[in-house]
Write a protein that binds this ligand. Structure first.
Ligand code: CTP
Ligand code: CA
Length: 229
């Protein structure tokens, strides 16, 4: 869309977006991480701001430049991301979880750098579950009428997996990508199906992450309980 035609349909709304990928430290120099670039979350932030929203972007380890007019909260771990998202969500009209949150973190953080011992193989790294931030938000809804959106990268039976995940997480919308080849991670473009808890299914053709973002905001705006300010 050209800037002249961007509707200010999110004016008066506060939206919270998580982006990037969490890093779970093993010791001061090493972490478990993932390949999320943050591009989809940043595109969501830019498009929401362009449509008039106040935007809080909780950014996990993304190298991308902060979008203008967006309040960026940098975080590293899943636990930090949860804190930041829940804090910002208390007065949010919508929360979109685009971040790749590590499912597990090392059970123990070594405060000093882990060293090799002789020629022995290392002990296995014990992991524990991280909190499921999306499920927690969607179940508790920090603000009445808040719209909660998740993202899921799936293989195999992509839509069936997506439907099951949407129901399990109790979110309003789930953006489902098929993973593989050059899709999703680090790519500029994306294609997806947006599943709604009301049974709706919206296909978004392969294209820029901004186009998918605008479709997400269209679907979110339709679900707001009352008109924007
Ligand atoms: N998510 C989250 N907290 C977690 C894991 C995931 O909030 N601990 C969010 C992601 O930000 C995303 C959605 O949940 O919006 C789906 O993530 P995904 O990894 O697909 O879901 P999982 O429940 O972790 O399922 P899987 O076992 O397939 O990884
Ligand atoms: Ca996961």
């Amino acid at each position: 869309r050209g800037s002249a035609e961007v509707p200010a349909d999110l004016a008066g709304r506060h939206v919270v977006i998580s982006a990037g990928g969490t890093r779970e430290p093993l010791d001061p120099v090493r972490f478990l991480g993932n390949r999320s670039s943050g591009k989809q979350g940043y595109a969501l932030a830019r498009t929401a701001a362009a449509r008039g929203a106040r935007v809080t972007l909780v950014a996990a380890n993304s190298a991308l430049a902060a979008p203008g007019g967006v309040d960026v909260v940098p975080v590293e771990t899943a636990v930090q991301l949860r804190e930041a998202v829940l804090k910002a969500a208390s007065d949010a009209d919508a929360v979109v979880m685009a971040a790749a949150v590590a499912d597990f973190r090392p059970a123990v953080y070594a405060p000093g750098k882990i060293k090799k011992h002789g020629t022995a193989d290392p002990e296995p790294v014990a992991l524990v579950r991280n909190p499921d931030i999306l499920a927690e938000l969607a179940t508790d809804r920090p603000r009445a009428g808040q719209i909660v959106v998740g993202f899921a990268a799936e293989t195999d039976d992509v839509l069936a997996n997506g439907r099951a995940k949407l129901a399990r997480k109790r979110c309003d919308l789930l953006v489902v990508n098929e993973v593989g080849t050059d899709k999703t991670f680090g790519a500029e473009e994306n294609e997806a199906v947006v599943l709604g808890a009301d049974g709706s299914e919206t296909s978004v053709p392969y294209g820029p992450k901004e186009a998918l973002s605008d479709t997400v905001w269209d679907l979110v705006a339709l679900r707001f309980p009352d008109p924007g300010a």
